[in-house]
Design a protein around this ligand. Structure first.
Ligand SMILES: [Zn+2]
Length: 198
């Protein structure tokens, strides 16, 4: 880890953890995932409309369940677009890139180190144990590409220039998903929510 990479992790965590997920954020993510987002400690990335697109999940959910996918993609539009690439053989294609292109391989190895360092720092700040997931990042890193959703989640939370495959996927799906263009199907109206609850 270079000093710049260490600083990058601190900066991203400082920025994201400074804002607690609101009841509205949690309601949107619950609707996106179809389940309550347990262990969600921050919104990792937002749509231009404000909706969460990816969340940061703590390393130990409910104090007992180890959760390796710290940067978790929640946007249904992104999930769908990425699933199409996976169905078309995207994992094999990107794994080949990692294995055959030295620049991609080195960048992907760095992405793996950044993922682990990010979770380690998060675990420290939250007082979570990481022992069951130590050394395990996400998406198949550092040598294979197994889940493009996880890699896109990483790219969205940490920003561009961290995960080469996540960035490539992001560029490839802009017709269906783009953080700057709202195509959100999940819209939670707080007033309506309150009425529903009442
Ligand atoms: Zn939106």
């Amino acid at each position: 880890m270079t000093n710049d990479d260490t600083r990058l992790i601190q900066d991203v965590l400082d920025e994201k953890l400074a804002v607690k997920p609101s009841a509205h954020d949690i309601a949107v993510v619950q609707r996106q995932l179809g389940r309550f987002p347990r262990g969600m400690v921050a919104v990792g990335a937002r749509c231009v409309c404000g909706n969460p697109l990816a969340v940061i999940t703590r390393p130990l959910v409910d104090g007992r369940i180890p959760f390796p996918t710290t940067c978790y993609l929640t946007s249904p539009e992104a999930v769908k677009a990425v699933s199409k690439i996976e169905a078309a053989g995207g994992m094999t294609e990107y794994t080949r890139q990692v294995q055959e292109d030295d620049d991609v391989r080195l960048a992907y190895e760095r992405a793996h180190r950044l993922y682990l360092a990010f979770r380690h720092e998060l675990a420290e700040r939250l007082g979570d144990s990481e022992e069951h997931i130590e050394g395990i990042s996400a998406g198949g890193m550092p040598v294979r590409v197994k889940c493009l959703h996880a890699l896109l989640g990483h790219s969205l939370v940490m920003g561009r220039g961290v995960n080469p495959i996540g960035d490539a996927v992001r560029d490839r799906i802009t017709d269906e998903f783009d953080t700057n263009v709202c195509r959100c199907s999940v819209i939670v109206d707080d007033e309506t929510e309150k009425e529903h609850r009442a």
